[in-house]
Unconditional design. Structure first.
Length: 374
């Protein structure tokens, strides 16, 4: 049982559910021969890394601080990618990185001499095909700044890089659609692939989704790897931590203006930002599809449109009642902010043996430290 005295809001990560996802990742690795590196841009809660490390091969990053976190707290292979490195960024990451991946030919040219002896270098490629449900998250959208299009490449780039990175998926649950893109890459970039040592296919492949055909994906990856004699990498984030974590909140007021709104001690703007950005309503564990009592689950921020969802319950909500906002880890905990000076959620880890471990909690001094010197 969860301690009823835990003060909301808080995140509760379930280790058993995390291991269930990791077992699927292990199966994918074993069949395909691909290596998997955790995408820290999605999930960086390092208190869970001891659980994850035995299953994955390292981390991949999108900024210098993520590189350092992966290097210090996870180990294994440390991959560094950034849309744009400054000179200071390169100096900071090159001693910690096994692979440094550049977003553009100009970035590669600018930094090549300074890091060519420190890491295996790579280049992000825009394959001009993708599977992304939201245009905002589509890396091959028109005028995309992410990666180099084939028309700008020539084989001389292989004098400077040993690998390519393609990232063109976002929560892609369709294995056949992914395989079609993989076949496109195999054909279109064949002259490059035969001279590379490694290839990253990025993240966004939702292989832990219920009933996803992992073996079919794995065999396609294995065939590709053997055909081109490449070490493949995948960069899962959401696939590793999906359905593992609840954001637990309390009802602190109920107001009515044609609809009843249960105000909770949290906010999408501060604690679950993608609910707002992508207009993806939260799912509430205590809700009922056939419930007779409808509510808006509203935040306690001052933003008028800040609400988690509209749903219904079998019985009326009460002030003080706890609600669990499910699947609140990926691209959520990494985006926390102090909007409105709201209390930051604590982070708890429910271990397999049932023990509840406090990973972190935050207070006023943490809020103040983000704003200037005390």
């Amino acid at each position: 049982m969860i301690n009823a005295n835990l003060q909301t809001p808080y995140f509760l990560i379930d280790e058993a559910k995390l291991i269930n996802n990791l077992d699927k990742a292990k199966t994918l690795k074993e069949i395909s021969g691909a290596k998997l590196v955790l995408a820290l841009k999605c999930f960086s809660t390092f208190g869970t890394f001891d659980t994850i490390k035995p299953y994955l091969d390292g981390t991949t990053s999108s900024g210098p601080y993520e590189v350092r976190l992966g290097y210090e707290e996870f180990g294994g292979e440390t991959h560094a990618y950034s849309v744009g490195y400054s000179k200071a960024d390169i100096e900071a990451v090159k001693g910690m990185s096994d692979k440094i991946i550049f977003n553009s030919l100009s970035q590669l040219e600018t930094h090549f001499e300074s890091c060519k002896n420190d890491a295996s270098l790579g280049l992000r490629i825009n394959p001009e095909r993708s599977m992304a449900g939201q245009d905002l998250a589509n890396p091959t959208r028109p005028y995309s700044r992410l990666g180099v299009k084939q028309a700008l490449l020539d084989l001389s780039v292989l004098d400077k890089v040993q690998g390519f990175m393609f990232h063109m998926n976002c929560e892609n649950r369709d294995v056949d659609a992914f395989i079609a893109i993989l076949d496109h890459i195999s054909t279109t970039f064949a002259d490059y692939l035969k001279k590379l040592k490694w290839l990253s296919l990025g993240g966004g492949i939702f292989f832990t989704y219920p009933d996803y055909p992992i073996e079919k994906l794995a065999l396609a990856l294995k065939a590709f790897s053997e055909k081109h004699q490449l070490q493949l990498y995948l960069e899962p984030g959401e696939a590793i931590i999906t359905r593992t974590t609840d954001l637990v909140v309390s009802v602190i007021d109920i107001v009515e203006n044609d609809k009843k709104t249960a105000i909770v001690d949290s906010a999408t703007e501060a604690h679950r930002l993608d609910t707002l950005i992508y207009n993806e309503p939260a799912s509430i564990k205590e809700a009922s599809n056939n419930g007779r009592y409808p509510y808006v689950i509203g935040s306690c921020s001052c933003l008028a449109g800040d609400q988690f969802c509209e749903t219904q319950f079998d019985s009326p909500l009460e002030i003080g009642q706890k609600l669990h906002l499910m699947d609140s880890a990926g691209y959520t905990m990494v985006k926390l902010n102090w909007f409105n000076g709201l209390k930051m959620p604590s982070i708890y880890y429910k271990r397999v043996n049932g023990e509840i471990e406090l990973l972190n909690e935050f207070g006023y001094q943490d809020f103040k430290a983000t704003l200037g010197r005390g």
